[in-house]
Design a protein around this ligand. Structure first.
Ligand code: AVI
Length: 357
């Protein structure tokens, strides 16, 4: 894969909030690289095009799930991960806390490359375990949110004084070629946590795994968090929480679309729905029009008509059986090496290696 030209934004020069000592500044300057691959204008344009195409899609309108994560959406998702009904985050955290030493021992990694880094909160258990083996050298985090990634980079170098951080503002579905090259004799652990792999459909998952495989040397490993197939009522409860945070997260996508396309969706005119589809082993989130309504789109003032009950699909979240997931990996040149479940068997972490390693 060839390396696309990059605009390197240089290093962080301040820990912020005026509380930085010179020593801390110096340390950060030598430890953190912020690299921007995403031009905010181009990203916005691309999202707007995808939103428009999805709203015109027939027979079911559909918005890409990534639109759920504007700044407010990302905050709402952080709240979802603390809800009692939302078992995936709790279970994954429990597995990581319990198994991080085993994962560190098995991978012997000196570097973590995290797709969708966010706050890297759950990754810390792994970082501590690797640091405890005196193996940890570098953390490479990819995320589309520059603000979040810069905060994460600062927090990580504060917590791990010897760690170098490469924060890559990029889209893991397009920009994997921008991941900095590995260091010799420094095994890498790629991580894709949170069950986010389930938000990609089969073809997109295969593409992502294939691209990751191409970056992996025999010593490298991939750790993926997957939500498992289970009693549908448990899954449906997780996406229909009692306090309505998920409903708010879902409706928020319309505010994001309003900004992108200059339209006038009223989120309160839509009901949140989330239901499990056993045929496709996924839960879908939809927004359903409460009444007949019209939405005016952009400068052309195009009219979008909704009859009461019409729906927009806003997310699919696949649930996996371990054997089927191993087959998926196998089709892309990866092999399942180990897996760990939480005590209730609701969620799993899967460790994969290149097939021939
Ligand atoms: C980010 N992703 C794994 C979450 C999920 O469960 O699919 C997003 C989410 N949607 C509703 N609640 C949480």
């Amino acid at each position: 894969m060839s390396k696309a030209p990059s605009e390197t934004h240089g290093v962080l020069t301040s820990a912020g909030a005026g509380s930085t000592t010179d020593a801390a500044q110096l340390r950060e300057e030598s430890q953190v690289v912020i690299e921007r691959r995403l031009d905010p204008g181009a990203l916005r344009e691309r999202l707007a095009e995808e939103a428009l195409a999805g709203l015109l899609r027939e027979p079911l309108r559909e918005l890409p799930a990534k639109l759920l994560y504007d700044e407010r959406g990302a905050r709402l998702y952080e709240r979802i991960t603390t809800l009692p009904e939302y078992y995936p985050a709790r279970c994954e955290r429990a597995i990581l806390n319990r198994r991080a030493p085993a994962i560190a021992a098995q991978t012997d990694a000196s570097e973590i490359v995290e797709l969708g880094a966010g706050s890297a909160e759950k990754t810390r258990a792994l970082l501590y375990a690797l640091a405890g083996r005196s193996r940890l050298r570098r953390y490479v985090g990819l995320d589309v949110s520059a603000e979040m990634l810069e905060q994460t980079a600062r927090a990580l170098v504060t917590a791990f004084p010897d760690l170098r951080v490469h924060a890559l503002i990029a889209d893991y579905e397009r920009d994997l070629a921008a991941i900095p090259p590995p260091e010799p004799s420094a095994p890498r652990l790629f991580t894709f946590l949170g069950g986010t792999i389930g938000n990609l459909e089969l073809a997109a998952r295969a593409r992502l795994f294939g691209e990751l495989r191409a970056l992996m040397r025999p010593c490298d490993r991939l750790l993926v968090g997957i939500d498992l197939v289970k009693d549908p009522s448990v899954i449906e409860r997780a996406y229909n929480d009692a306090t309505g945070v998920t409903a708010e997260f879902n409706r928020n996508v319309l505010l994001h679309v309003n900004r992108l396309l200059g339209c006038n969706f009223d989120p309160q005119a839509f009901d949140h729905r989330a239901f499990y589809d056993p045929q496709r082993s996924w839960i879908e989130m939809r927004l359903r029009a409460r009444r007949d309504l019209q939405v005016t789109l952009g400068r052309e003032r195009r009219q979008l008509k909704f009859a009461a009950g019409d729906e927009i699909r806003t997310e699919t979240s696949a649930k996996f059986r371990l054997e089927a997931f191993a087959d998926e990996l196998g089709g892309t040149g990866l092999a399942l090496e180990a897996s760990w479940r939480d005590q209730q068997g609701l969620f799993a972490l899967v460790l994969a290696r290149p097939h021939d390693a």
